[in-house]
Design a binder for this molecule. Structure first.
Ligand code: TYD
Length: 131
């Protein structure tokens, strides 16, 4: 489904031993090419505020809480809350996204391509003109 949606990962373990969650290429909507992570984001800061031509990614709150607001071209905004380490949000290409973080949030991002600044759409007016 090429719309933002929550992906559930396997959760192995128990409350006594702790847990492992795992993401393998065969279970993901794309082949993984890059992983990056975001941390120590002050609570008053909004990150994101862009879309991408080709980048698809999955954001996971491995710690803390992340509020993700998404919008596909011509559609209404949607709001997702990430606060479980065994789930993530899939963001397809052309998905405008904005993130707010709890102070302890660590966001892991699994991506389908290397970083390329020319893949970004950072101007909301240009995003709105996309059909
Ligand atoms: P950006 O993607 O705008 O961050 P966020 O979506 O979290 O707000 O990236 C912020 C800056 O970091 C920008 O100058 C590009 C740079 N950057 C890299 O150099 N490599 C990367 O893999 C990423 C994700 C960002």
């Amino acid at each position: 489904m090429n719309k933002p949606h929550i992906i559930k990962f396997p959760k192995i373990g128990n409350s006594i031993q702790g847990y492992i969650s795992v993401a393998e290429n065969d279970d993901l909507p794309f082949e993984v090419k890059r992983i990056y992570w975001t941390y120590f984001t002050p609570e008053n800061v909004e990150r994101g505020g862009h879309a991408h031509h080709d980048l698809a990614q999955i954001l996971i709150a491995v710690s803390g809480k992340i509020i993700v607001t998404t919008q596909m071209p011509g559609e209404d905004e949607q709001r997702f809350i990430l606060e479980n380490a065994d789930e993530g949000i899939y963001l397809p290409p052309y998905c405008w996204h904005i993130m707010k973080y709890s102070h302890n949030a660590v966001q892991m991002c699994i991506a389908n391509m290397a970083y390329r600044e020319d893949d970004y759409i950072r101007d909301y007016t240009i995003f709105q003109s996309i059909k």
